[in-house]
Design a protein around this ligand. Structure first.
Ligand SMILES: Nc1ncnc2c1ncn2[C@@H]1O[C@H](COP(=O)(O)OP(=O)(O)O)[C@@H](O)[C@H]1O
Ligand SMILES: [Mg+2]
Length: 213
């Protein structure tokens, strides 16, 4: 594995409860395989920080708020940013500019094309190709599979690329939050959820510009 350049993965979504923090935690663990990783929790709810506080050394990366990140950045190679909920306009543009890849997790039943369109429109003012933007379907089940594929087509028609790999719904992700661990430590289904994030991460590496990881 090459480990020459830093990588910044940023997560944003209009609504809360879409899987931002869960994705930030699991992608941080995957990025940590490539170098020291700092998860910066920008959300007021500070759920990434409390997850790490419960898990401590079991999680192979550092979590901090924005203030702490100024000091800690120097001693870390890779960064994941759990963005503030409900960013609009300039907030989204800043998040996009600062990232190698900006991930928008979405639960198909909660997702609206309207909010995806607003995100895309904001970013198009700085990058009409939306090169670093990726939508990620989470909490997928055999039941919503068809809905996910329909939503994928609609989103891609807006010019937004989607990550092929989806992240399945499993209660093990909830157990992981409560114990401050990763889903991979939770049992059979959690392990499958972890494998989903592994494949998501591989796609993100390809999405990032040449030089990053
Ligand atoms: N793949 C998943 N399967 C089942 N539950 C999930 C999954 N991903 C997240 N959750 C749960 O959904 C809720 C919201 O997820 P979270 O990552 O905290 O979202 P956000 O940070 O966007 O508010 C949490 O209770 C979390 O445990
Ligand atoms: Mg959160």
């Amino acid at each position: 594995m090459c480990h020459n350049e830093l990588m910044v993965i940023s997560l944003t979504s209009k609504k809360g409860g879409c899987g931002k923090t869960t994705s930030a935690i699991h992608l941080s663990a995957l990025l940590a395989r490539h170098g020291k990783t700092l998860l910066i929790d920008m959300d007021d709810a500070k759920h990434s920080i409390s997850w790490k506080a419960r898990g401590g050394e079991q999680l192979p990366f550092t979590v901090t708020d924005y203030g702490g990140s100024l000091r800690l950045a120097r001693s870390h190679e890779h960064f994941v940013i759990d963005q503030k909920g409900g960013l609009t306009g300039d907030g989204i543009i800043d998040a996009y500019n600062d990232a190698d890849v900006l991930v928008v997790p979405a639960i198909v039943e909660m997702m609206t094309l309207e909010s995806m369109l607003q995100t895309a429109d904001a970013i198009k003012t700085v990058d009409p190709t939306l090169a670093k933007l990726r939508a990620l379907f989470v909490q997928t089940t055999p039941h919503n599979k068809r809905l996910v594929e329909e939503a994928r087509r609609e989103i891609e028609e807006l010019g937004v690329k989607t990550i092929r790999q989806t992240v399945r719904h499993t209660e093990d992700f909830k157990h992981a939050v409560n114990s401050g661990k990763l889903a991979s430590n939770m049992g059979k289904y959690g392990r499958l959820g972890w494998y989903d994030y592994e494949r998501v991460f591989d796609e993100l590496r390809l999405a990032a510009p040449a030089g990053a990881l």
